[in-house]
Each structure stands twice: as structure tokens, then as C-alpha cells.
Design a protein. Structure first.
Length: 239
């Protein structure tokens, strides 16, 4: 039995990998990352470097997994993007560019759905219990009272809709599976670093604490709850 973590090279991805090791001691944790992570194998955790989260790379990895005859019991993907050296959250309409919109939609919405598509052949109809993608509360249309952050908000809203749509299809074919988007809260990682000055200390969480909360939500997911957006405290968030 195995659980896969995608984006395991980031701060939160590493913490989730370690938390899964504690919470699922009987399962192998397969940690996928574009960065090289040492050691390559560490007891219960198997680290795998992947060229990119494109369909070719994903399909190659899935083919290798199928040959192992292991059963996949769950997937947690942490991949996502808020900013980089050329891209920063927009404060007003005049800040928007087509390139930035395309970039964030590609990372935050398109890639997660392509991962789900690529992994479909190894989603065991009886044994795969959860498919989780980290999302964001700011992707909630109903909860948007502040505006701004056009590309990030809308790409996360698109992600939530894509996962909701996929969950409806998979309810018919994978009756043991819960598809979920989870808001981890503001975690002290590189993603949130430029915005931490405005966050009170009690609202900025360590990767270890966020990982503990996320895995607790995952362990409580039930198939009939598939397709929802969840807060790290286990409450359901509006789309």
C-alpha cells in the first residue's frame, strides 16, 4: 500500500510527507519532487525526482508504479503558485497581464487536473481512498470581500470547479474515493514569505502544524463528502 505526495520538495510538502509517515506507519510514502531530495530512499519514505508535472513525465512515473504491483491508497498534491520573480499578486485591474493569468492558471488549475488524469489508471476502485489538492480560501467566490489577487483567486476558483466536476464523474466509478481541496492556512514557507509582515503571529503556522492539520482532515474524509473545499480545521468552505 502506498500514498503519493506531489510537490514534496517544498516546505509544506516535506512536512506533509513526514506527517503521513507518522499517521500511516504501515504504508509506503512516495514523495515526488522536481528538486533532488536526499536521501533517495529513507525507510518508509521513497523519494522520487520527476522532470516536471507535465503529462509525459507523469505518465512515465505512473507506468513505473503500475509495474510495482503496489496499491495506491491516497494522493496529496501541494503544487501551486502565488508569485515568482516576474509575477506578483495584482492589487488593481491595471496590474493584470495575460502572461501572469496564463502562468497561474497553468500551475494552479491545469496541472492538478492533468495529474488526476494521469493517475487515473492507478486509482484503485476499492483501495484508493483520497485525492487531495491544496487550494486556498481566497479561491472562494462567495467569500471574496477584499478583491485583488485576480490571477491567484481565479485560478484557485477554477481549480475548485475542476475538482468538483471530476469528483462527480469519479463517484460513479470509484465509490471509495473522496476528492478534496484543502485550504492549509497561511504557512511559513517561501510562498507566503513576502506577505508575512501583515500577518499576526497566531495566524502564521509552521509547516509542521499545517501538515498535522491537513492530514487530520484527510483521515476523516468520507466518499460521500467528495468534491468539497475544506478548511484546515475540518469545516467546509463555500465555493
Amino acid at each position: 500500500m502506498a500514498i503519493v505526495v506531489l510537490g514534496a520538495g517544498g516546505g509544506l510538502g516535506r512536512a506533509i510527507t513526514q506527517e503521513l509517515k507518522k499517521q500511516f506507519p504501515e504504508q509506503r510514502i512516495m514523495a515526488l519532487s522536481r528538486q533532488a531530495v536526499e536521501p533517495c530512499n529513507s525507510g518508509q519514505i521513497t523519494y522520487c525526482q520527476i522532470a516536471d508535472y507535465d503529462e509525459n513525465s507523469l505518465n512515465d512515473w505512473v507506468s513505473d508504479f503500475k509495474q510495482s504491483d503496489e496499491k495506491l491508497t491516497g494522493v496529496i498534491s501541494t503544487i501551486g503558485m502565488l508569485h515568482d520573480d516576474e509575477t506578483f499578486p495584482e492589487k488593481k485591474l491595471s496590474d493584470i497581464t495575460a502572461d501572469n493569468l496564463t502562468k497561474l492558471f497553468s500551475v494552479n488549475a491545469v496541472k492538478p487536473l492533468l495529474i488526476l488524469k494521469s493517475f487515473l489508471p492507478i486509482l484503485d476502485r476499492k483501495n484508493t481512498h483520497f485525492w487531495v489538492q491544496l487550494s486556498a480560501k481566497v479561491g472562494s467566490i462567495e467569500d471574496n470581500y477584499l478583491g485583488g489577487w485576480y490571477a491567484y483567486r481565479s485560478s484557485k476558483a477554477a481549480l475548485n470547479m475542476l475538482l468538483k466536476t471530476a469528483s462527480i464523474e469519479l463517484k460513479r466509478t470509484h465509490k471509495s474515493l473522496a476528492v478534496a481541496a484543502i485550504h492549509p492556512g497561511t504557512t511559513d514557507t517561501r510562498l507566503s514569505a513576502p506577505f508575512q509582515e501583515r500577518i499576526s503571529a497566531d495566524k502564521l503556522y509552521s509547516p509542521e502544524l499545517s501538515a498535522e492539520r491537513i492530514v487530520a482532515v484527510v483521515k476523516n474524509l468520507k466518499p460521500e463528502q467528495s468534491g468539497n473545499l475544506w478548511h484546515w480545521d475540518g469545516s467546509r468552505l463555500p465555493f
